[in-house]
Design a protein around this ligand. Structure first.
Ligand code: FMN
Length: 368
């Protein structure tokens, strides 16, 4: 195909044992349409619309246990019912030739007692809470004061991730992405603005990274390093979670993950900077990309042009697209043709409707 040769994003790439036909990845996108934490049949259409033969998809953040929850109607993967409910969704992606990873997640203190079993306090690295946050729709999210996990409880949480990874494989997923980004539990340990522990999980950088690395190690032991990726956002400050030295944190993590031989690292770019009226990628992930031995995925604010540019420069192996893929189920096709994109509607990102704002974004075929 002539177009594929000219467009860096549309060149093939071998990620471990997976033969990807292009470099455009579906970023994990929480959609809050998994009623009662059980994946629903409408997700079959949603994910299959976004599947291409040889394309990599990362499923929305999926909670590893009942204490991991912090939002309404996010899918889980700790019960048999949830595993069974994922199966037809994963099958639909595989039937179209896609490669499908499940993002496994613990929210930690980004929660409140109403989501917790017996109304208990959410668990975290700390007992300091998050002030209420105004959402994009104007509503205010309230978070409960968390409970600092006892040192001896941590192996249980590590085990929840291990079991979630096992369940993901049982459901048919090709692998898992450990959610180590955006202020959730793993970051609550990694980042020094949050972690105020005095045990072996707090203090030094090595101590703060101990818990995420134990999670990664347990998941690798359970399902094999060739099926494990991790998402990290050292530069982000979501949910009051930031680090005084993000470069050092990112470096320490990728060097340590090299030792585990994991398949990929998925890095979120620093918040966007607009130069000359459009977003420019500041290339702050370069050092981490050079240090990491596996596949590197970059995400955050990319468009077609910027994605092709970083691909040509060898800045990353793959680019994950969030909002553009949410609104354009046939994003790789549109990039191939340089076709205009549908605009996303942020007001339906997290609404419950099984169709509106979910599976009703048109593809080029349907608008032709
Ligand atoms: C509706 C929505 C849901 C998201 N859910 C998740 C998620 O479940 N896990 C995650 O790691 N990031 C999540 N993100 C972040 C995206 O994966 C992505 O990093 C972000 O949208 C920036 O990329 P973009 O500029 O291509 O949209 C979400 C973003 C949006 C807009």
């Amino acid at each position: 195909m002539a177009a594929a040769v000219e467009i860096p994003l549309l060149t093939p790439y071998k990620m471990g044992k997976f033969n990807l036909s292009h470099r455009i990845v579906l970023a994990p996108l929480t959609r809050q349409r998994s009623y009662g934490n059980v994946p629903q049949p409408h997700a079959i259409l949603y994910y299959s619309q976004r599947t291409t033969k040889g394309g990599l998809l990362i499923a929305e953040a999926t909670v590893v246990s009942d204490t991991a929850r912090g939002y309404r109607d996010t899918p889980g993967i700790w019960t048999k019912e949830q595993v069974e409910a994922w199966k037809p969704i994963v099958k639909a992606v595989h039937d179209k030739g896609g490669v499908f990873f499940c993002q496994i997640w613990h929210g930690g203190r980004v929660s409140n007692t109403s989501f917790q079993p017996n109304g208990q306090a959410p668990v975290s690295s700390t007992d300091r809470g998050i002030p209420p946050q105004t959402q994009h729709d104007g509503t205010v999210a309230e978070y409960s004061t968390p409970r600092r996990s006892r040192t001896e409880e941590i192996p249980q949480i590590v085990d929840d991730f291990r079991l979630a990874a096992r369940h993901a494989i049982e459901a048919g997923f090709d692998g898992v992405e450990i959610h180590g980004a955006h202020g959730y539990l793993l970051e609550q340990f990694m980042k020094d603005s949050v972690n105020d522990r005095t045990d072996e999980y707090g203090g030094s950088l090595a101590n703060r990274c101990r818990f995420p690395l134990e999670v990664a190690s347990a998941v690798v032991d359970e399902i094999g390093a060739d099926r494990v990726g991790i998402r990290l956002s050292p530069f982000a400050d979501y949910m009051e979670s930031f680090d005084s030295d993000p470069e050092a944190l990112g470096h320490y993590m990728v060097e340590s993950l090299n030792g585990l031989g994991i398949l990929y690292v998925h890095m979120v770019e620093p918040r966007m900077s607009i130069v000359d009226g459009r977003r420019q990628i500041p290339h702050r992930l370069s050092g981490m990309r050079k240090a990491f031995k596996g596949t590197f995925i970059a995400a955050g604010g990319y468009d077609r042009e910027e994605g092709n540019k970083v691909m040509e420069e060898g800045y990353t192996d793959l680019v994950a697209y969030g909002r553009p893929f949410l609104a354009n189920p046939d994003l790789p096709k549109r990039f191939e043709l340089n076709a205009p994109l549908n605009k996303y509607d942020r007001f339906t990102f997290y609404t419950s409707d099984p169709v509106v704002g979910y599976t009703d974004y048109p593809s080029l075929d349907s608008t032709a």
